[in-house]
Design a protein around this ligand. Structure first.
Ligand code: KIV
Ligand code: ZN
Length: 498
């Protein structure tokens, strides 16, 4: 068996499916280029039939990258497969990823069908995809809860029909690591022709076992892993790419990947920033505290010999302590370099200058500018095209008095102003905003997070607003937390479909 493990990155498909994490095509291209630099083998670029946006993204990502195989997802339906092939037309290496649910839950409740019929559909879809491309991956959705004997029949049949990779998803994140490993071993031992295909893991993290399950699958013979940066994905997420890459680097298991681990941190920050998806501080490998030693005993040990408490060098994941912090005295070149480390390449001098001016205005308010600040500042340009913009905001608030806000908006160039009082500064500001934009909208989720530390820190606000039965997600970042909240609200409104 080969000792090369293929990394199948599904950040732009399973990861991007998360509500609020949607990227536009330009952002997806930016991510795909960084994934290529990171060294992933396959990029799952989207589910082309699901929307014109997904279709277009697969086309543009195919044009933008050279080395990784570009994969497009389909259901076991001919029209999906036709559409996927069309979207892959510019890919230098193409893969169609087709499949169907194989657990009795899916067969009975989702398809109102039976095992034999599902088996036939699996074979037919694989053969149909094979007419278009050599590289066909089949997924047996909910394989984690599929009876092993039936699963082996499906796997054998799709390999015979031409599947080159067979994906065994633990769609619901239910399996225990030893069970998932045993499932992969069962397939390796019982499927005729298994040596003609690569078995792939695809684990969800509902019970926090995605990484353990993936590793167990690999130790039992899987040679492809489907993973996402920062572990983002449906519900509790997918297996985290950085965790698998670093496990294989730290433990000499004799299994190699093509990942350049030094690029992990930059890609992680980029994804978190573009998708407005904060990374939990204690997240393995890429969390803010992943390499921070705070207790006295640990600090003492680390100062004596770093190996007392560190099993990996932060530099190996791209964290370089000496270059994280910029200040108001830093120049354009330092900013440009830091942006490039974080995966944002700014070649146009005018664009760099715009980012630099924003950088200086934040640096004037804060002593130190962190990587997260820089990504927020660089991303600020993304909202420049928005129809509604915040012109000014003034709030008075305090203990024992009502908060009062006055606010100015520019809507498609026209100026509007309004005042309101409220139960706290954010409430007053939102009421003033609603005095201008009079729509039936409700805040469903509102989280405020300081980016790093200190009272001069930038605050990030994530907001979910419901309007006409749909949820819209918005983001704001500002050293003034009330302004960040209003910006997040405006961002939601700018995303409204009508
Ligand atoms: O979790 C899952 O089963 C999937 C498949 C569509 C591959 O994402
Ligand atoms: Zn999935």
């Amino acid at each position: 068996m080969s000792d090369r493990l293929f990394i199948f990155d599904t950040t732009l498909r399973d990861g991007e499916q998360v509500p609020g994490c949607q990227l536009n095509t330009v952002e997806k291209i930016e991510v795909a280029r960084q994934l290529e630099q990171l060294g992933v083998d396959i990029i799952e670029a989207g589910f082309p039939i699901s929307s014109p946006g997904d279709f277009n993204s697969v086309i543009e990502i195919s044009k933008a990258v050279t080395w990784p195989t570009i994969c497009a997802l389909t259901r076991a339906k001919e029209k999906d497969i036709d559409c996927a092939f069309e979207a892959l037309k510019y890919a230098k290496r193409k893969r169609i990823h087709t499949g169907i649910g194989t657990s009795d839950y899916h067969i009975k409740y989702k398809f109102n069908s039976n095992r034999e019929d599902i088996l036939e559909q699996a074979i037919a879809a694989t053969k149909y995809a094979k007419k278009y491309v050599e590289d066909v991956e089949f997924y047996a959705e909910d394989a984690g809860r599929t009876d092993n004997e039936y699963l082996a029949r499906v796997v054998e049949a799709v390999i015979k029909a031409g599947a080159t990779v067979v994906n065994i998803p633990d769609t619901t994140g239910y399996c225990l690591p030893h069970e998932y490993g045993a499932k992969i071993k069962y397939l390796m031992d019982h499927v005729d022709g298994i040596d003609r295909a690569i078995i792939s893991t695809h684990c969800h993290n509902d019970l926090g076992m995605a990484t353990a399950n993936t590793l167990s699958g690999v130790l039992n013979g899987a040679r492809q892993v489907e993973v996402t940066i920062n572990g983002i994905g449906e519900r509790a997420g997918n297996t985290s790419e950085e965790e698998i890459a670093m496990i294989l680097k730290c433990h000499k298991l004799g299994i190699e990947t093509n990942i350049n681990t030094r690029r992990i941190y930059g890609v992680s920050r980029l994804i978190s920033s573009l998708m407005n998806m904060p990374v939990q501080p204690n997240k393995a490998i890429v969390g803010r505290n992943a390499f921070a030693h705070s207790s006295g005993i640990h600090q003492d040990g680390v100062l004596k010999n770093v190996e007392t408490y560190e099993i990996m060098n932060p530099k190996d994941v791209g964290i370089d302590d000496n270059s994280i912090i910029l200040t108001a005295r830093s120049g354009r070149a330092a900013l440009k370099y830091r942006l490039s480390v974080l995966g944002v390449n700014v070649s146009d001098e005018k664009h760099l200058d715009e980012i630099y001016q924003k950088f200086l205005s934040v640096a004037d308010k804060k002593k130190e500018i962190t990587d997260d600040d820089i990504l927020v500042i660089a991303g600020a340009n993304r909202s420049d095209a928005h129809k509604i913009k915040l012109d000014f905001l003034q709030v008075t608030s305090g203990v024992g008095v009502q908060s009062v806000a006055s606010l100015g908006l520019s809507i498609a160039g026209e100026k509007f102003e309004a005042c309101a009082s409220g139960n706290g500064p954010v409430d007053a500001a939102v009421r003033a905003l609603k005095n201008i934009i009079k729509r039936e909208m409700t805040i469903k989720e509102f989280t405020i997070q300081a980016i790093s530390k200190g009272s001069d820190d930038m605050g990030k606000v994530h907001m979910q607003v419901e309007y006409k039965g749909h949820s819209y997600y918005g983001f704001g970042a500002n050293t003034d937390i009330v302004a960040a909240s209003v910006e997040a609200y405006i961002d939601c409104i700018n995303n409204f479909k009508d």
